[in-house]
Design a protein around this ligand. Structure first.
Ligand code: FRU
Length: 539
C-alpha cells in the first residue's frame, strides 16, 4: 500500500486505506481497498500488522526461542481454551525474517507434573544430552512445571524444572522420562529457566528466578544440574517477584572485551508500575556473576536500570543460536496490571518488535542498546521527509491514513530549549488523543494514555503518565517511533533507552501534531515511513 498523505486528504476523514490487502490490477499497479473506519471489526482495528499475536486466545511470555536452518522459532505461554490466563501450554510460531510469523501447532501440553510455565530451548549440537539419534540435532527445551494441585494444597514445592526434546526442528516434542530434572529446594517461586552453552567454561549454565534472586546452575548434559551461585541480594529493584531471567555474554561494541548481561524481569515493581525488566552487566567466572564496579556504582543512585521504561514490555528474553554472535530479543507487550482486561476478545496480547541488542561502553559504564531489527526495512512503503519545522502552537506534522502503521524518525533540537516541554499528539476525530514527548525542564520522556481511547477496562492502564528519566543534558535527541495499530515503541538515541506502550483508540489515529509549552522550537528532521506486511519483499 503506497499512500501516505495526499490520497487521504482527497478522501476526507471517514474512509481510509488500512487493514485490507491491496488489489493487484492487471497492469501491475497496486490499488488500495477502501474501508469505512467507523465500522472496523476488532480484527481490523486492533490486530497488529507486524507484531506477533496468536490467532485466538491467551498469550503471555515468549519462551524457548531458537534459530536453526534459516528459521526463527518463537514459543510462548499459551492458554488455548480462553482469552484469560489459564493452564499453560507452549504455543509455537515460526518466521524466516522476524517480521512475518506463522503460527504452528501447540508444542507442549500440561501433564501430571503440572502446567508448562516459561523456559528456554537450546540447540544441542554436540548431543551432550544424548537425546540425539545420530542424524538429527536435538533441540532441548527446559521449562518450569507448575503443579496446580500442590498449589491448591498450599504447598511450597509447587515449581520444578523439566526438559523435553525435539528431533525435527521443534515440530514435535518428547518429554524426558525422568522429569523433573531440578527439584524444588523449598522456594515457592522457583521458575523460568534460561539456559546457554558457556563456551569458555565448557558447560551449560541455567539462570533461574528464585523469589527475588537469580540462581545459577551448571550442567554437562542438560539433565543433571548443580547449584552454582545466587545473585541479587541488596541490588536492583525488588518491588515484586523476579521472573524470566536471561543471561548471556556479549562483545562490547568496537572492542575485544566480553561482558555478561543479566536480564531480570520482575512483577510488580516495574519502572512505571506493574511488570518491568531490569538488567545488570558484569563478569561470570563459570560459577558467580559479579556486577562490573562501574555498573554497580550507577545502581547506588538509580535503584534499577531497565531495558524498557514503558509499561508494556515484560518477560523478554533472547534467541539461542543466532548466527554471527547476534542477540535478538523479544518481550511480551503487556503488563500483568491489566493484560487480562485489554479490549480484545478474540486474542489477548502481542509480542514486542524483535530487537537487536548491542553492548557499548560510554560515559564510564556499560549500556545495553536495543533497536528494531534491520529486517523491518522490508516492510517500508512510502517515505515522507520534512526538515526544519519551527513551531510553538499546535502544528500538524502528518495527516495520514497509515499513521497507525508507521515508523517515524524525529531529530529534535534541545540546546536552546532548557525550559520547554514538547508534546506530540496522535489523534482521531472521535477525540481520542495519545500524548508523548519530552519535558526538557524536568528531563524525562513521557507517554500519556489518559485520553487515548478505550481506557475504562482498568484504572491502572492510564491513571499515571509513564516517564523515562533522562540523565543528562542532550543538545539534540533522536526518537525512533514505531506504531502498529495498538502500540507505540519509542527508541531513543540509537536504542540507548526504549519505551513501549499499548493504546486502544475507537478508530485509528489520523493526525500527528506537536506543540511546545514555551517558545519556538525546532524539529531538525522528521522522516515517516509507512510500514506494512503487505510491502514485504520476502513473502
Ligand atoms: C511471567 C510469568 C512467569 C511464569 C509464567 C506463567 O509473566 O509469571 O514467571 O512462568 O508467567 O504463565
Amino acid at each position: 500500500m503506497k499512500i501516505f498523505t495526499a490520497k487521504l486528504i482527497l478522501l476526507g476523514f471517514t474512509t481510509f486505506f488500512i487493514g485490507c490487502k491491496d488489489a493487484n490490477t492487471s497492469d501491475g499497479t497496486i490499488t488500495a481497498t477502501e474501508v469505512d473506519k467507523t465500522t472496523l471489526s476488532e480484527e481490523q482495528l486492533y490486530r497488529p500488522n507486524f507484531h506477533f499475536t496468536p490467532k485466538a486466545n491467551w498469550m503471555n511470555d515468549p519462551n524457548g526461542m531458537f534459530y536453526l536452518d534459516g528459521v526463527y522459532h518463537l514459543f510462548f505461554q499459551y492458554y488455548p481454551d480462553g482469552n484469560k490466563w489459564g493452564p499453560m501450554h507452549w504455543g509455537h510460531a515460526t518466521s524466516t525474517d522476524l517480521v512475518s510469523w506463522k503460527e504452528q501447532p501447540i508444542a507442549l501440553y500440561p501433564d501430571e507434573l503440572g502446567y508448562i510455565f516459561s523456559g528456554s530451548a537450546v540447540v544441542d549440537r554436540n548431543n551432550t544430552s544424548g537425546f540425539g539419534d545420530g542424524t538429527n540435532v536435538p533441540i532441548v527445551a527446559i521449562f518450569t512445571y507448575h503443579n496446580p494441585i500442590k498449589e491448591k494444597e498450599g504447598k511450597i514445592d509447587v515449581e520444578t524444572q523439566g526438559v523435553a526434546y525435539s528431533l525435527d526442528n521443534g515440530k514435535s516434542w518428547t518429554k524426558y522420562e525422568n522429569n523433573p530434572v531440578l527439584d524444588n529446594p523449598g522456594i515457592r517461586d522457583f521458575r523460568d529457566p534460561k539456559v546457554i552453552w558457556d563456551e569458555e567454561h565448557q558447560k551449560w549454565v541455567m539462570a533461574l528466578a528464585a523469589h527475588d534472586r537469580t540462581q545459577f546452575y551448571g550442567s554437562k548434559n542438560l539433565k543433571d544440574w548443580e547449584f552454582l551461585s545466587e545473585f541479587g541480594a541488596g541490588t536492583g529493584a525488588h518491588g515484586g517477584v523476579w521472573e524470566c531471567p536471561d543471561f548471556f555474554p556479549m562483545h562490547v561494541d568496537g572492542t575485544s572485551e566480553t561482558k555478561w548481561v543479566l536480564l531480570q524481569s520482575l512483577n510488580p515493581g516495574g519502572p512505571n508500575g506493574g511488570s518491568g525488566t531490569q538488567y545488570f552487566i558484569g563478569d561470570f567466572d563459570g560459577k558467580t556473576f559479579k556486577m562490573d564496579p562501574s555498573f554497580s556504582e550507577q545502581l547506588s543512585t538509580k535503584k534499577a536500570i531497565w531495558i524498557d521504561y514503558g509499561k508494556d514490555n515484560y518477560a523478554g528474553v533472547t534467541w539461542d543460536n543466532v548466527p554471527d554472535g547476534k542477540r535478538f530479543f523479544i518481550g511480551w507487550m503487556s503488563n500483568w496490571l491489566y493484560a487480562q482486561e485489554v479490549p480484545t476478545e478474540t486474542w489477548r496480547s502481542s509480542m514486542t518488535l524483535p530487537r537487536e541488542l548491542k553492548l557499548i561502553f560510554s560515559n564510564g559504564t556499560y549500556k545495553l542498546l536495543s533497536s528494531p531489527i534491520g529486517k523491518l526495512k522490508n516492510l517500508y512503503g512510502q517515505t515522507i521527509v520534512k526538515k526544519d519545522i519551527v513551531f510553538k502552537k499546535k502544528t500538524v506534522l502528518l495527516d495520514s491514513g497509515n499513521l497507525d502503521l508507521s515508523r517515524l524518525v524525529i531529530d529534535i533540537e534541545l540546546k536552546e530549549m532548557k525550559d520547554d516541554k514538547y508534546t506530540f499528539t496522535v489523534e482521531n476525530d472521535k477525540g481520542n488523543q495519545l500524548f508523548f514527548g519530552i519535558d526538557n525542564k524536568d528531563k524525562y520522556i513521557f507517554i500519556d494514555r489518559k485520553k487515548s481511547g478505550k481506557i475504562d477496562f482498568s484504572e491502572a492502564f492510564s491513571s499515571k503518565i509513564s516517564r523515562l528519566p533522562l540523565n543528562q543534558n542532550y543538545e539534540t535527541i533522536n526518537l525512533k517511533l514505531v506504531f502498529d495499530k495498538t502500540s507505540l515503541e519509542i527508541f531513543l538515541n540509537g536504542g540507548e533507552m526504549a519505551m513501549t506502550e499499548l493504546f486502544f483508540p475507537e478508530v485509528p489515529y489520523q493526525t500527528l501534531s506537536v506543540e511546545s509549552s514555551n517558545k519556538d522550537c525546532k524539529i531538525a528532521i522528521l522522516k515517516a515511513n509507512e510500514i506494512n506486511l503487505t510491502n514485504n519483499s520476502n513473502i
